[in-house]
Design a binder for this molecule. Structure first.
Ligand code: FES
Length: 321
């Protein structure tokens, strides 16, 4: 459990004031709560104060307490309890909160902390020289099924390897944080199994219930299987000296990239040439059930093969991951 105290007086500003826009937002937010319950707006208001100034100052806590007509100590209790509130200045581009609780620790959070120490600062809550990055270890963030993970401001980055975290930190440092896709970084959808369904894939349990004379529970509808044999295996190539970074395709993480490489797919131009039959084969092979079409791999690959990141941005209006 971290010790959470207000920053020293010497760096505390004397005053806090919401910007005009934020003051209007705060007023509207307070109105959402029933009469006599306005104090419940404490968390959104403190969060807005943090977003405005980068951290939660003593003056901000007191100002918000005044707005909600509550004792300062009550507002202080809230600000010092939740680790989402930063009580001293943090990195302006990213403050990396690494979950160090048991599931994340067992899945490698200590290595993620090493990355933060190497790339940002030896000690948590210290910014790097430029003042753009900082980090801290926090308790469970509720994403244990995607361990290990970090939070950066409001977004969670999950299923992380140390290399991926290093890359994410570099991108935030370069001011490209908004182009980093949050969520699992290993290609799986949310917390779904990475290799597709492993249970409830047939009706055997239902058949057993019938033979016992028990009322049969309707088996879940079996999703349409797309067997690799439904399509055409895409043309493979020998591993070239220079492979494309297939992880730039959304939906492709390091594991899927490895599988694609194992079947001789190394270049965007190969993916760009896939027709329906090739997509169906790869869909079945990876047990993706439509993800290739959903994520528009072919269109993404076409753009990247044609003109790299610039063309991708022109087509999709954002940078690839
Ligand atoms: S233990 Fe890390 S998110 Fe729960």
């Amino acid at each position: 459990m971290s010790v959470r105290r207000l920053a020293e007086d010497s760096i505390q500003p004397e005053q806090f004031r919401f910007s005009r826009e934020n003051a209007a937002w705060a007023k509207a937010t307070i109105k959402k709560y029933p009469k006599g319950r306005q104090q419940s707006a404490i968390i959104p208001l403190l969060m807005r104060a943090q977003e405005q100034d980068g951290w939660v100052t003593k003056a901000a806590i007191e100002s918000v307490a005044d707005m909600l007509q509550m004792p300062y100590i009550r507002a202080l209790e809230v600000a010092t309890f939740y680790t989402q509130f930063q009580l001293k200045p943090v990195g302006t581009h990213a403050h990396v909160q690494v979950c160090g609780t048991t599931p994340c620790m067992l899945r490698g959070s200590e290595d993620l902390i090493k990355v933060c120490k190497n790339k940002i600062s030896e000690h948590q809550f210290e910014t790097n020289e430029a003042g753009t990055l900082s980090w801290e270890e926090v308790e469970c963030q509720g994403a244990c099924v995607n361990a290990p993970m970090v939070m950066i401001f409001k977004d969670a980055y999950e299923d992380l390897t140390p290399e991926q975290l290093a890359d994410i930190i570099d991108r935030f440092e370069a001011g490209e944080g908004e182009n980093v896709t949050p969520g699992p970084q290993n290609g799986r959808h949310l917390s779904a199994p990475i290799g597709g369904l492993t249970t409830l894939t047939d009706g055997k349990a239902n058949a057993g219930a019938k033979s016992n004379g028990k009322a049969a529970v309707k088996a879940p509808k079996k999703p349409k299987e797309v067997a690799a044999s439904d399509g055409v295996k895409p043309a493979a190539m020998e591993e070239p000296d220079e492979k494309d970074d297939l992880k730039m395709l959304s939906g492709v993480g390091p594991k899927i990239e490895g599988v694609l490489n194992s079947i001789g797919i190394f270049k965007f131009e190969q993916v760009a040439a896939w027709k329906e039959a090739e997509c169906a084969w790869v869909d079945g092979f990876l047990k993706f059930k439509g993800r290739i079409e959903r994520e528009q791999w072919v269109k993404q690959a076409e753009a990247l093969a044609k003109g790299g990141v610039e063309e991708y941005v022109r087509v999709f209006g954002k940078k690839p991951r």
